[in-house]
Design a protein around this ligand. Sequence first.
Ligand code: C2E
Ligand code: CA
Ligand code: CA
Ligand code: CA
Length: 278
Amino acid sequence: AKRMGKNNYQFYEKRSMEQINDRLELEKDLRKALEREEFILFYQPKLDIFTGKIVGVEALIRWQHPQKGMISPAQFIPLAEETGMIIPIGEWVLRKACLDAKAFREAGFPPLVVSVNLSLQQFFQPNFSQMVGQVLTETEMPPELLELEITESMMIDTHHALMIVRELRKFGVRISLDDFGTGYSSLHYLKQFPIDKLKIDQSFIRDCLVNSNNATIVKTIIAMAHQLQLEINAEGVETKEQLLFLQQNDCHEVQGYLFSKPLPIEEIQANFDDIVKA
Ligand code: C2E
Ligand code: CA
Ligand code: CA
Ligand code: CA
């Protein structure tokens, strides 16, 4: 390795320069993406596990980049967080989700709960809850139909986070805890936070039938949610066997590729009856 050291060094240096340039370029594009209307929301149906009926949808953002094509949130949300762009983007997501929900109701579909993901920066921005209140009013969104998905990472700043969650709940919106089980101190926070729902992280669902530890974890989380009188959602459900396992263990709500991937709102409308039958 030593003999090749020099070349390696140049190689890596070149590559990292490329990476820095890619990032800078993406950052530049990200700053323009909002005004150029390059973001779109997809919606993944959430189903009642026993009736099989669609009870809600989760809004998931995509970036339609003019050259690079569809960019997933995993690729640009972290960048948006680091650059502060998440504040206007997050507000756009909330407003758009509420407006889509309104159009959906006005088209004669039954009222569905719409969930929106929040990011850390956005959640702790000054006047965040006021912004939510304003969007609710502006879009005539029934607050009980809006679910905000928070993560354990926000709960670390417990005092501050509790204050915000309480302000949000005063509006009457629902709060769910996303990616449950992946944080490091879940149980400690669970006791303290007034939330409505736990979403079991999809990593546990993925292997729940092949890995007995994961099966135990899923069963335990569901049982605990029942004890705490919290609703429980399992995401990333891909097989009938996983669904059966979750039904046997009294999970309430499911979402995953088994039923539907995230879709544009028009496709949810067009396929609504099929989704209900899934
Ligand atoms: P998440 O909130 O945990 O969302 C679930 C992710 O799992 C979504 O990926 C969804 O498309 C995917 N998924 C759903 N069902 C299945 C399944 O059966 N199998 C598998 N393998 N995957 C499934 P997506 O849309 O790429 O979003 C990734 C993450 O990006 C989200 O994870 C969320 O943390 C973040 N994100 C998405 N939209 C927003 C947004 O509007 N705001 C913020 N702050 N974050 C967002
Ligand atoms: Ca989520
Ligand atoms: Ca999740
Ligand atoms: Ca997540």
